[in-house]
Design a protein around this ligand. Sequence first.
Ligand code: ATP
Ligand code: ATP
Ligand code: MG
Ligand code: MG
Lengths: 256, 256
Amino acid sequence: MGKIISVSNQKGGVGKTTTCINLAASLSIMGKSVLLIDFDPQGNSTSGLGFQPGESKRNIYSALIGETKIQDQIQPTIINKLKLVPTNVDLSGAEIELVDAPERESMLKRAIEPIKDDYDYIFIDCPPSLSLLTINALVSSDSILIPLQCEYYAMEGMTQLLITIKLVKESYNENLAIEGILPTMFDMRNNISKQVIEEVKVHFNEYVFQTVIPRNVRLSEAPSFGKPVFLYDRTSKGAISYLQLAKELMKRKSVE
Amino acid sequence: MGKIISVSNQKGGVGKTTTCINLAASLSIMGKSVLLIDFDPQGNSTSGLGFQPGESKRNIYSALIGETKIQDQIQPTIINKLKLVPTNVDLSGAEIELVDAPERESMLKRAIEPIKDDYDYIFIDCPPSLSLLTINALVSSDSILIPLQCEYYAMEGMTQLLITIKLVKESYNENLAIEGILPTMFDMRNNISKQVIEEVKVHFNEYVFQTVIPRNVRLSEAPSFGKPVFLYDRTSKGAISYLQLAKELMKRKSVE
Ligand SMILES: Nc1ncnc2c1ncn2[C@@H]1O[C@H](COP(=O)(O)OP(=O)(O)OP(=O)(O)O)[C@@H](O)[C@H]1O
Ligand SMILES: Nc1ncnc2c1ncn2[C@@H]1O[C@H](COP(=O)(O)OP(=O)(O)OP(=O)(O)O)[C@@H](O)[C@H]1O
Ligand SMILES: [Mg+2]
Ligand SMILES: [Mg+2]
């Protein structure tokens, strides 16, 4: 039933967290039941939804290491059908702590197992790296959604990311598919933006979402109010583009 | 003689690489001898200076693990007094490979030792994480320069970063100082930008650079030509602000 989607790209600041919060919120506003797991020790998905990382007793780290049940780490958010598993700083230690753990790649998969059919969608917000945390997320997922900032350095990392996806698919999770590549922070006035879209369509056309997320100041203001952009300014280009993305996602089958 | 400065912030996309390339270039244009070490497996400092990561035989990874001498990994760049130690994808494996190495935190420090007095400044471009690679960079450095994007999530990570700096100072490198906090991507039209500057001055006033780097499209276009912004468009606000930063850095003593 539930579709588990990792939102990942090792390039930093490309809109992973912004996509997680606003796509999850848009789907839940349209009646889907959605869980967002903050799997980045920075805790931006947690704070972007109005919670201080570490403040609540609930967090993904204790469920990851098997100390608690993930059901007990789920907290309600400002939107009825959207739930969050927050993070705290303990997660940043997990990279080194888990290196010698048995089946270290599948710890998140085991933690999520009991609740995976309780939601229509489960999103995992990943840190900007291809480390053990991100591998855990990919091993647990049905697919990966790749935000691609419309800037020069953005295309550089794609090859490395696709190699990692292939390795995970071959060794740990043969069902891992690519949900799609999402152009973000598109700016009409910037030549590079247009070049990146053209280039990504040349190399990866079948993966690219129709929806393009524009650079929109409302998207960067909303987290300071602890709200998804739809609740902050529903008429903004940012809110409209993420609603459109949610509709496109619901129609799409992920590409193998 | 040489001052070794890590440019680091675990928040992604805040302008670490852009600061490394353009500050290093500005200092070398003003007559200082500068080395830039690309210590991020993404290789954006390498490609931003016109080289394809992995293409050249030279790379920091082989010197890090002691296979080669760092002197043999240094390559000239488009600017006479600016040299680069490129990276390649091998570096991404180092995180997990080095976990059990003896004195794993000091491997970069040992690698840099033979050349540290050959330059006026050595910059280390760090990945967006607080992992073993970043710890290695901090252990090798005299100081850390922290780019701070003028956006809401930017302030969130500061506490965690300052804790990490304190831990490194206590356990591995008592001389590690804070070179400064550099506001980046400042946008006059965006309220958040002004709020972030005000807030960072309230909490960390003695560390904040006078220079503020504005959001400037020339800075994001320059890397696609493999050039620092000064050689791409020397009249741009981006080029002028990094020259100003270089002058400020030369005057400043780092804050203990
Ligand atoms: N379309 C957009 N328009 C304007 N600002 C945006 C947009 N998307 C994201 N931002 C802002 O850009 C910054 C980076 O976005 P975000 O934090 O979502 O990226 P990320 O990939 O999750 O970063 P990290 O790699 O650190 O996890 C944030 O300050 C965010 O508010
Ligand atoms: N002042 C600026 N104005 C406009 N664009 C900028 C500015 N500084 C950086 N950029 C652009 O923003 C993006 C992020 O910058 P950069 O890659 O330097 O950040 P980073 O911190 O090194 O990212 P990562 O965390 O992935 O290493 C790049 O596309 C860069 O060209
Ligand atoms: Mg994020
Ligand atoms: Mg960088």
